[in-house]
Design a protein around this ligand. Structure first.
Ligand code: C5P
Length: 239
């Protein structure tokens, strides 16, 4: 995941809208994220089409179920030729280990297994929600750190977290442990439903491995120029 470009969240309802959007990038090799909306609509077909356009893919289905079910799901996903997949750390260590075992079992000999990361807390989760709705009294940052260590102990390659927690996770896990961070906005963008947002420059400063950007690019008036601005900030190129 070194030198990973910003991962564009393709949160579109159909393949048609996805490819209309991607057409603007004129065949550039992109790293994209396919989430539930698009995958549930189009299925593996969308992944095949994106691979034909030389996209690297983060398949963001956030699996969370009993270990056996997650094992079987990951065994299937391993055959899709994507770079990155994820589960919820809240499923516990046995579920995360099963996910990894499933990916290994489903990866063909000689092929690279997709990296596996765990969602710690969604970036839309606020401390109030954690305490009053989920009844978790531990401070949000502590839960994120604990879930990250649990993911590392379970053999996972990294976590999804907000930029605000990434610095501490990087400090307290091994150097190769990935931190993939959504909730990215340029300074004058709208936050939408994200609570713990940060700019690409902040993400870079905190040493995160990769940033995921959706609406700041997909809903921008000029998506390609929004993408370029984000790349410049992420790469630390001064305007
Ligand atoms: O549009 P925006 O940049 O907020 O999109 C962020 C993307 O990252 C969405 O596809 C969302 O599902 C995903 N995501 C997130 N928080 C997480 C994990 C994934 O926002 N913890």
């Amino acid at each position: 995941m070194n030198n990973t470009p910003p991962i564009i969240a393709l949160d579109f309802p159909s393949a048609q809208e996805t490819f209309a959007f991607l057409k603007q990038f004129d065949g550039e090799n992109l790293f994209v994220k396919v989430g539930m909306e698009l995958f549930y609509q189009e299925g593996p077909y969308i992944l095949e089409q994106l691979k034909k356009q030389n996209c690297r893919i983060f398949l963001d289905l956030k699996c969370h179920d009993i270990p056996t079910t997650v094992y079987k799901a990951m065994k299937r996903l391993a055959g899709f030729g994507v770079s990155l997949v994820n589960v919820h750390a809240a499923g516990g260590s046995r579920m995360m280990e099963a996910a990894l075992e499933g990916l290994e079992a489903g990866t063909a000999a000689g092929q690279k297994r997709p990296s596996l990361i765990a969602v710690t807390q969604l970036t839309s989760t606020s401390p109030e929600m954690l305490q009053h709705e989920l009844l978790i009294k531990t401070p949000l940052e502590e839960t994120v750190l604990r879930y990250s260590k649990l993911a590392e102990e379970s053999g996972l390659d990294g976590v999804v977290c907000s930029v605000h927690e990434a610095e501490r996770i990087c400090r307290e896990t091994s150097p190769s442990f990935l931190t993939v961070t959504p909730g990215i906005r340029l300074a004058d963008d709208k936050k939408n439903d994200q609570v713990r947002v940060a700019t690409p420059a902040m993400a870079r400063e905190k040493g995160v491995s990769a940033i995921v950007v959706g609406r700041s690019i997909t809903q921008a008036e000029e998506p390609v120029s929004a993408y370029r601005n984000i790349v410049r900030e992420w790469e630390g190129i001064k305007a």
